[in-house]
Design a protein around this ligand. Structure first.
Ligand SMILES: N=c1c2ncn([C@@H]3O[C@H](COP(=O)(O)OP(=O)(O)OP(=O)(O)O)[C@@H](O)[C@H]3O)c2ncn1[C@@H]1O[C@H](COP(=O)(O)O)[C@@H](O)[C@H]1O
Length: 103
């Protein structure tokens, strides 16, 4: 299945994005940044490094009171976190269950 993130339902965007990430993991298309994370010579460390970078960038944006940058860096952070979950064969439903358990 070739799935692209995006949906008419804004609340479904995380599911659509995660389905796209799983699709890239399973098909490994040449032109996909997501696929390149799954085949990176550093293994999962490449994604872990990106998570660290994006976290730092989000913190700096918050410290600068730059809301636009904070939202952009937060989106990068969530995307790379979802890639990490997919690498571990976890799902966005597992994340949702964990959050609901705490609610
Ligand atoms: N949401 C994202 C997304 N967020 C961030 N990124 C990528 O994450 C990287 C962020 O790294 P940086 O900010 O450090 O920018 P950079 O310097 O260009 O990155 P590097 O060269 O250091 O890796 C950029 O290459 C972004 O393009 C994303 N890449 C893909 N997606 C989603 O994944 C879907 C599938 O995309 P492909 O993987 O391209 O098929 C897309 O439709 C999007 O919905």
């Amino acid at each position: 299945m070739t799935t692209d993130a995006g949906s008419d339902d804004p609340e479904a965007v995380l599911d659509a994005l995660f389905a796209t990430i799983e699709d890239r993991r399973d098909r490994l298309p040449d032109d996909s940044y997501t696929a390149s994370l799954f085949t990176h010579e550093k293994g999962e460390n490449a994604t872990l490094e990106k998570l660290g970078e994006e976290t730092t960038e989000a913190i700096l944006a918050a410290k600068d009171d730059d809301d636009d940058a904070l939202l952009a860096e937060s989106a990068d952070l969530v995307y790379h976190l979802l890639v990490l979950l997919a690498m571990k064969e976890l799902t966005v439903d597992d994340l949702r269950d964990e959050l609901e358990d705490r609610f």
